[in-house]
Design a protein around this ligand. Structure first.
Ligand SMILES: [Zn+2]
Length: 1007
């Protein structure tokens, strides 16, 4: 430091070690020689802390980490500070005067306090004047302002000592904000001993660091509405910290008092691994005990048995017939269908028997019956046209293209076998077909001459949907017998899936509704109607992995999805009918389905009761200290506002859960971690924080973000969308190793697994079926979309994580990493297509990765529009650099076009932005919203969602999805340039303020 002008600048008494232009430590050690403990030095330390975003409690002792030194020098004539070769000499005549000078330096002094730029050598207190001595011999005089007694509007109503320091930082308001403004007073008595003073000075520094506006002076006055720290040494052996309205009183005999002060200002909140407030943690546990609502078992003879019974019945009268064709549809795997065929041929050796699949029958017909014929003429094939009947039943949920959908992805499978390009195989949607058929295949040679022709008629049944008046027409089981061309017998019967689904819909859903707990107006919205229903099903069905990407044929995966979503829809409708608003949170729906070849279908269903619990706030009023122990020996608190005071002895140790083994975490990046809350099933939810590394013990999130933009990335919100969690841990390492300059520009806050209960449920489901989508595991343990309970008083801790981060960090950009299915999503009992609640098709992916942005009104928020433009461009650039992802995006887009978009562009939309799909959701501002940009438009600049085709993906597909998520996140971050962001400082009656302009400033696009 050249002179006193730069005292509070980087390079002065504070330093920027990591060169990100944000001060990250003090750079002076202060020699408190034991003779003087000026009150005004509290102000000085508070300012020292205010000017940095991180610090350690080691600057009040000799320390060669720091380049500068402060010494108090007794002087009979002079009260001044003087700068001499890295030495700040504080001359004092008496404590009162030096306090006045120190308060002036802390509260009023800054680089531009005086005009001109001549270096300042010395600042002196002379009666009521401040004499500023310049290096050129000049002098400027400023009056000592009377102590600032202007009443600040800021008031404090402290309910608990742990509101002062907690996971948010220091005394955050309930409402999130990028500012943390304070009006704090320290009241001290002379009798305090050396160590107490040191701890008070450190405390003031930490409060300064945590504030973005701090009112000065902190000492020498008493303001009624300020937050007051009152320190008094008395005779009582044990020391107390007592909360009394807006006053925190520290009293006691010297040693125990020092323990109390030290604990209060040094200790970290328990969720950061500290001791402070650890007695409150137990109250956050909830014992989730089970209470059954009902249990039902179901068994059925099954479709195969019914077929055999029917054949036996029919057989006796038809024994002498010749020239018979037996045509069967049944929902079984090809292995079982072959067995069935064998059994029937044994009975009717004279008959021709075909046993076809009643799930995706068109696909199986083409691959099992048509394809072998085509292989023989493969070299002559010029085109394969598959005419598909348009679905037109008025009361059916099926899309017009339903029969095309049911073929998916047959073009690729056939093309592989025929060794042609899949574009040679095309679908036509036909109003009618000439023959009584559902499909007709026409193969032509290279000259357009017909080579091959065949057709098939598919049997369907009519199954009511959960919404009255709506139906689905799933493929059903059927036995048809022909004698020559003449049908002589036909019997439709239900597939095993229809049997179970019908039972579930008719008997279980109504039972569940009867038993639902609708006692509160929040029931079915912010708390469930039942805890969960576990639906254990065993069935013999097709389970086939296809040689196309992640595609598979799995009729039970489809049943799983039907059970889950149709139950949701059932309650949505029940809510509309009974309370005028669809229930969105009925409870956890756990279809646990096992594919067992050859078994008769059976199920066991158990529903569990919702046991309503609440989390009572814990209000800590007093901490008691002995002189032996530096943590409190006893605490007094209230559980809930109405309750009496509880006394509890506290252990000196606190044990915080280790980061679980299965939680993705970076290997190389240096990060800070804390537990933001516990899930409903009491699993800790961690937050990782990564920013330009500092070596200090304390850092302030709100001060970091006041100086530099912050990006929040949430991963694994929906637990079956699996790629973002491992991706973000890798991204943290990549940023550390390859893109370290990013941390010069942004702070990153990461939720590495937002939904641990969902993940647990997902793990349970993939144990049986490792490749299914498992939408049922997307929400929390009781099936609640927990973003609905954000910013609300809730026992679902998973809903509190984002609000806490919004309050602690006030992020500029919020990214929520999501996913969509990686393969076909079909629900035969909801019209084959995905549930009718979705207004856009997720039946097959439209892209490997795409984006969604919430967009504010461009006219009212033009700055946000610029940011969004930059971000989407940044993401696009980043994604484009990976040819793997580009190829996959292109692949999926073409598939989406071929099967959906070309026929129904509205339901299968494609909104391209420079090659990448980016949907923009128009968003209104709304203080009660749970989305960041809608709730906090003044300071949130962008609110984005990524969608990778990652539902339960594994292996190579998982790797590509991770790459997509990483590039999406990186692209959204990399364009941010800290140099463009304007950080303002202000010095007025409200205090000293540091604030960064919002929304983010973006460079003019150079590309
Ligand atoms: Zn999602």
């Amino acid at each position: 430091m050249k002179d006193l002008r730069d005292m509070w600048e980087i390079g002065g008494l504070i330093e920027d070690q990591n060169k990100d232009k944000v001060a990250d430590r003090v750079n002076i050690w202060c020699d408190l020689n034991g003779e003087i403990y000026p009150e005004g030095f509290i102000d000085f330390c508070a300012r020292l802390g205010f000017e940095t975003a991180s610090l350690s409690f080691d600057f009040l002792q000799k320390n060669n980490r720091y380049s500068n030194q402060l010494s108090f020098v007794k002087d009979d004539e002079d009260t001044s500070v003087e700068w001499k070769r890295n030495h700040l000499l504080v001359h004092y005549q008496n404590e009162e005067e030096v306090s006045t000078l120190l308060r002036f330096l802390a509260g009023s002094w800054h680089r531009n306090f005086i005009t001109g730029d001549t270096p300042v050598q010395k600042i002196k207190l002379n009666e009521n004047k401040i004499i500023i001595e310049l290096q050129d011999g000049g002098i400027q005089v400023a009056p000592v302002e009377p102590l600032n007694t202007a009443v600040s509007e800021k008031t404090y109503e402290v309910g608990s000592l742990t509101e002062i320091w907690n996971e948010l930082g220091f005394m955050h308001d309930e409402k999130a904000s990028p500012t943390n403004n304070h009006n704090v007073i320290f009241l001290t008595e002379d009798s305090l001993e050396h160590h107490s003073w040191i701890e008070i000075y450190y405390g003031a520094a930490r409060i300064g660091m945590e504030s973005t506006t701090l009112r000065f002076p902190i000492t020498g006055i008493n303001l009624s509405n300020a937050l007051k720290f009152y320190f008094k040494s008395d005779e009582s052996k044990n020391a107390n910290i007592q909360l009394d309205g807006n006053v925190i009183q520290f009293t006691g005999e010297s040693k125990s008092l020092t323990n109390a002060i030290s604990y209060f200002f040094r200790e970290r909140y328990w969720s950061f691994g500290g001791h402070f407030g650890c007695w409150e943690r137990q109250f956050k546990k909830s014992d989730n005990q089970d209470e059954s609502l009902f249990q039902v078992t179901w068994e059925d003879e099954g479709e195969r048995q019914e077929l055999y019974n029917k054949i036996a019945e029919w057989n006796s009268s038809m024994k002498d017939k010749k020239d018979l064709d037996l045509n069967i549809f049944i929902s079984e795997s090809s292995v079982i269908r072959k067995d069935i065929k064998k059994d029937i041929v044994n009975t009717f050796p004279q008959a021709r028997v075909s046993v076809r699949s009643a799930f995706k029958p068109g696909y199986f017909w083409l691959t099992e019956e048509v394809l072998p014929n085509l292989l023989e003429i493969r070299k002559q094939i010029g085109s394969v046209i598959i005419n598909c009947l348009k679905e037109e039943r008025g009361d059916g949920l099926e899309l017009p293209i339903r029969w095309i959908q049911e073929l998916y992805p047959v073009d690729e499978v056939m093309a592989q076998e025929l060794q042609i390009d899949s574009s040679f195989i095309d679908f036509k949607l036909c109003e009618t077909l000439d023959l009584d058929a559902t499909y007709e295949v026409i193969v032509k040679d290279l000259h357009g001459h017909p080579l091959y022709k065949d057709h098939i008629l598919i049997p369907v049944s009519k199954v009511p949907y959960v919404e009255e008046g709506k139906y689905s027409y799933p493929v059903t089981a059927c036995l048809s017998v022909y004698e020559g061309e003449k049908q002589i017998f036909q019997h439709f019967f239900l597939t095993d899936r229809e049997r179970f689904y019908t039972f579930y819909k008719e008997h279980i859903l109504s039972k569940l509704w009867e038993k639902a707990d609708r006692s509160s107006e929040n029931s079915g919205f912010l708390r469930p109607l039942f805890d969960r229903i576990e639906i254990n099903v065993e069935m013999s069905e097709e389970e086939l992995k296809l040689p196309v990407k992640e595609e598979r044929i799995s009729s039970l995966e489809a049943l799983h999805e039907d059970i889950y979503f149709n139950t949701l829809d059932y309650f949505l409708i029940k809510g509309e009918q009974t309370v005028g608003k669809g229930y969105t949170a009925p409870g956890g729906i756990y279809p646990i389905i096992r594919v067992k070849e050859g078994v008769k279908p059976k199920a066991e269903i158990t529903a569990y009761k919702w046991l309503d619990t609440t989390r009572e706030p814990v209000l800590t009023e007093q901490l008691l200290f002995t002189n032996e122990q530096r943590t409190p020996a006893e605490v007094k608190y209230r559980v809930g506002k109405e309750q009496g005071l509880v006394k509890e002895e506290v252990s000196g140790h606190v044990h915080l859960e280790e980061i679980p083994e299965d939680l993705p975490r970076p290997m190389k990046a240096k990060f800070h971690t804390w537990i933001a809350d516990y899930s409903y099933r009491h699993k800790p939810i961690y937050v990782y924080e990564i920013f330009a590394n500092t070596k200090e013990s304390y850092y302030s999130a709100i001060k970091l973000t006041a100086n530099k933009p912050t990006v929040l990335i949430e991963t694994g919100h929906h637990a079956n969308e699996v790629s973002s969690m491992p991706a973000v841990a890798e991204l943290m390492d990549e940023i550390t190793e390859q893109y370290s300059s990013i941390l010069k520009n942004v702070n990153l806050v990461i939720i590495p697994r937002a939904n641990p209960d969902g993940t647990e449920l997902h793990n349970r489901m993939i144990a049986d079926n490792p490749e299914w989508k498992h939408h049922a595991a997307r929400y929390n343990a009781v099936g609640l979309e927990y973003s609905d309970v954000r910013y609300k008083d809730t026992i679902f801790g998973e809903g509190n994580v984002v609000p806490k981060i919004m309050n602690r960090w006030a992020p500029d950009v919020v990214i929520d990493n999501h996913g969509v299915p990686s393969h076909e999503w079909t629900q035969p009992f909801a019209g084959y297509h995905i549930p009718p609640r979705f207004h856009m098709s997720y039946w097959i992916p439209n892209s490997m990765i795409y984006g969604i942005a919430r967009m504010l009104n461009e006219k009212r928020y033009p700055g946000h529009a610029v940011v969004l433009d930059r971000i989407t461009h940044g993401i696009q650039q980043k994604v484009k650099q990976s040819s793997n992802i580009q190829d996959m995006n292109h692949y999926w887009r073409e598939r989406y076009k071929k099967y959906g978009n070309q026929f129904m562009p509205k339901l299968f939309p494609i909104e391209l932005m420079e090659e990448l799909i980016f949907y923009k959701w128009t968003t209104e501002t709304d203080a009660s919203s749970t989305s960041a940009i809608s709730k906090f438009p003044e300071w949130v600049s962008a609110d984005l969602i990524s969608e990778a085709a990652d539902e339960t993906v594994y292996g190579n597909a998982l790797e590509i999805c991770k790459e997509g998520q990483k590039r999406f996140n990186l692209g959204a971050i990399e364009w941010i340039n800290n140099d463009l962001q304007e950080v303002h400082r202000n010095y007025d009656a409200e205090g000293i303020r540091v604030e960064r302009s919002r929304p983010l400033k973006a460079a003019v696009d150079s590309n």
